[in-house]
Design a binder for this molecule. Sequence first.
Ligand SMILES: [Mn+2]
Length: 375
Amino acid sequence: MVRLLHVADVHLGAPLPWLGEQGRAHRENIKRAFARALDAALAEGVHLVLIAGDLFDRNQPGRNLVEWVAGQLHRVTAKGVAVRILPGTHDRLQPGGVYGWSDLEEAGVRVYRGEGPGGWDVEPFPGLDLTVWARPTVERGGRYRALAGRPATPTKTAFNVGLIHAGLDLGAGGDEDYLVSEAEVAASALDYVAAGHWHARREFSAGATRAFYPGSPEPVSADPREPGVALLVDLERGRPPGVTPVPVGEIRVAGLELDLSVLAGPEEAAALIARQAGDRTVLRARIVGLRRAGWDLDPAALEETLASGFFHLRVEDRSAPEVPAPAGDDDRLIAGRFCRLLRERLEAAGTEPERRAAAEALRLGLALLDGREVW
Ligand SMILES: [Mn+2]
């Protein structure tokens, strides 16, 4: 049996402006999660570690960070475990970039550079009876089919693994540099496709080929998600690859929508936020709907009162004040007529989505008529 560890999108050194003052602490979380993935490689008897792009958040990370990474990877290579890095979109190959520095090679790591036919690197591992086909990101705007043009090898091995950094093509197009589809996975004749680029874990296996994005070990955006993983991949003759997530991240990101039209009062909003508290939770709470007269709901104050219960708390106010009936229902004013029409819609709404749509239209319309910016 051959055992791999598949990691991607670590984004070491990310600026993380969405976390405010916690950005620095989260950059340390990201480093710890990466170190934990390497601990798992050693503890689980992995033969080969594959890093599927965006190990670094940018092309020219700080020297200290690169030295730290080289030291971490050397812990693994020193035990005879092979480590291979695929440049991704954030850390793509370019002159003067991090993969031109010597640190990683000195730590015994190979960085794939797309030097073979069609921009592929083909590396056989005779001792493992395995071949890796790697397609590093070398330029932007290519709109390449990530799995296309794979060169043949003179020697066939029992196990065949693809290493790519590409967006999953779900038929809607997109402006990705590299794309991959399930049909291409099914036709690949690979056992496993180790992919990077999507930051949430996702399987896109097809035909006899298993294909995965592990997602980033720690969140690097505000999209709701569970703590991150690395993937242990077991290759055994005559069976499909076994894929086991290994927890390495700590932080979860949650979203909460507080609809004022179904809340009893501002206290309930605070209580609902507090219910999500956890020192490893990032919560993005959004207040929506119509704010009744006399309701004192200040997002900044809510953040201040409740923030200590979270790793990070953001409360966003997208509610609108309810317009007092006499002025608002004055049909001679555009705002008044708009209010009356939307109120009728609200009352007539038969389903929750219809009601929400009408409330949102009322909020946006009033804001626009008031000359305010909307989003
Ligand atoms: Mn990424």
